[in-house]
Design a protein around this ligand. Structure first.
Ligand code: BYC
Ligand code: FE
Ligand code: FE
Length: 473
């Protein structure tokens, strides 16, 4: 397979051969100013003139793909990169396992692939919109830089998907690319597609929960699409995953630093009152985890899904590490047992594995989240704190799938709507929590200094120490 070389000097840096593809190049060059307009209106507020120490993708080699420099965000070089393949890929999931992977979209899968790509694409600008105002209250220059790094990379992920739409979906693709710049997170008339991407994310505890839990959905959905029989999609997602790893680092270590600081402040206070010391207390942390984890579980779709069974059978999406972890890529004979409410009781039932394929991916996601929470609890034990954090049961506070429409407590027991309402503010971030959180988020702009509610990171980033001027001007 011929791999076009990387063209970094092009208007749109790319390794997809845009120089020799005038139709798609023109389409993307037409979309580019509209994207920049969207970035100006809906991207990070206030800081467009500042120089931010950013990593830019300049190659697709595992070791050296990134270049670091101070750049103004509007000048960021958003490019289109696919991971190259040494040899032609074969399909390794679903009914056509073993056949050659597709370089073009087969007619019978066009609608489904368009829907998957548009849904994936929509989350990228949505998250940038949700995080728009956070720069103003950044707890340090290090954190501000990380926020902006995440933002520009989500912008690049949008580029990756818009390229596929223009290249493979003709005028429909062009219309979808326009619509991606028109929907708005949280807009009642014109919302983003998926629930979590319409929730407000207006302080840094939500930002770290979001990068911990929502970007982790990104990791698993991208991993699922990396298995796709539609090879350009698989290769785009593979490269996006290299950037995604940093977003998860931001979320997981951000939470860890808040938790560490909470334990320190509790130890300093005679009554262990973290809020009195200006920090984020464990009750609030637990409520934020409950809130974002439950919204992010919704992102995996329904427990029993014909859509998902169809995607799997057609080879459009695979399981997490389908190629490495599974021998049976048909998943036609096995079953999956899940609990759901029937006649006011929780009962277990067996469903064909393909229909439960969303739940299989959700299992892997939950497992990964549990690992992080165990790590935080281990740190708390080491600090001598008696506090522990938990993930709520997967049925708690759900808005999609089998459990939506029923009420459960965080332990997963069925309760009445009145019982849920009575304890809602004990279990989920409340207006009062959010007001408190916003009140302590005073910006810290002095290099090396941290807001009181968060511990410093172990080290700086991009080869620089913590006192570096990550954002300047
Ligand atoms: N909110 O059969 P069902 C990321 C809809 S994150 C609202 O249950 P399916 C990122 C569904 O669309 C990764 N609606 O679900 C992270 C369908 O609607 P229609 C994003 C929802 O299709 C942070 C109906 O309910 N990537 O990259 O099996 C920062 C019934 O559908 C929701 C993807 O999601 C919801 N939560 O699975 C930046 C990958 N859930 O068609 C970026 C592409 C379901 O009946 N998406 N619905 O009107 C997919 O593969 C699938 O669409 C889903 C849903 C997994 C999302
Ligand atoms: Fe992304
Ligand atoms: Fe991300």
């Amino acid at each position: 397979m011929l791999i076009p070389s990387i063209d970094l000097n092009a208007k749109i840096p790319n390794n997809v051969g845009l120089a020799d593809d005038p139709k798609v190049r023109r389409a993307l060059e037409h979309w580019q100013p509209r994207y920049l307009e969207w970035w100006r209106d809906m991207g990070p507020s206030d800081f467009s003139e500042r120089e931010v120490y950013l990593r830019t993708a300049v190659s697709v080699e595992p070791g050296g793909w990134a270049h670091w420099d101070h750049v103004r965000m509007p000048d960021y070089r958003w490019g289109v990169f696919l991971t190259p393949r040494a040899q032609a890929a074969t399909i390794h999931v679903g009914d056509e396992t073993g056949a050659p992977a597709w370089d073009e979209v087969p007619g019978e899968h066009r609608a489904a692939l368009r829907r998957i790509i548009v849904t994936q694409a929509d989350t990228e600008p949505a998250s940038v919109e949700q995080q728009r105002l956070l720069g103003r209250m950044a707890p340090s220059l290090y954190d501000m830089r990380n926020l902006f790094q995440v933002n520009v990379e989500e912008g690049r992920h949008l580029w990756a998907m818009v390229y596929l739409l223009h290249k493979h979906f003709g005028t429909d693709g062009r219309d979808e690319a326009e619509a991606l710049l028109e929907r708005r997170s949280g807009d009642p008339d014109h919302p983003r597609i998926l629930g979590a991407f319409n929730q407000p994310c207006d302080h840094w505890l939500s930002f770290f929960c979001f990068t911990m839990f929502a970007d982790r959905d990104g990791k698993f959905q991208l991993a699922s699409l990396r298995e796709s029989a539609f090879d350009p999609l698989a290769r785009s997602c593979e490269f996006m995953l290299t950037e995604e790893a940093f977003h998860l680092f931001v979320g997981e270590t951000g939470m860890e630093r808040i938790i560490r600081r909470a334990a320190e402040l509790a130890a300093q206070d005679p009554d262990g009152d973290v809020r009195r010391q200006g920090g984020i207390d464990f009750g609030t942390l637990q409520r934020a985890i409950n809130y974002w984890f439950s919204y992010c579980l919704d992102l995996f779709g329904s427990e029993i899904s014909n859509n998902a069974a169809g995607y799997f059978g057609a080879g459009l999406k695979g399981r997490f590490k389908e190629g490495e972890r599974y021998d049976d890529h048909l998943a036609l004979t096995r079953h999956y047992t899940l609990a759901s409410v029937e006649h006011d009781r929780l009962v277990e039932r067996e469903v064909p594995l393909r229909s439960a394929i969303n739940e299989v991916l959700r299992d892997d996601y939950i497992h990964d989240c549990e690992r992080a929470v165990r790590k935080w609890n281990h740190m708390l034990a080491e600090l001598g704190s008696p506090q522990r954090l938990h993930l709520p049961n997967r049925r708690f506070h759900r808005h999609q799938g089998l459990h939506a429409g029923h009420c459960f407590n965080p332990e997963g027991e069925l309760i009445s709507p009145a019982q849920f309402a009575a304890r809602r503010d004990e279990w989920l971030l409340s207006e009062a929590d959010n007001a408190y959180l916003r009140s302590i988020m005073t910006p810290v702009r002095e290099p090396g200094k941290m807001a009181n509610w968060i511990a410093p990171p172990r080290r700086g980033i991009g080869g620089q120490d913590l006192g570096f001027e990550y954002v300047r001007g």
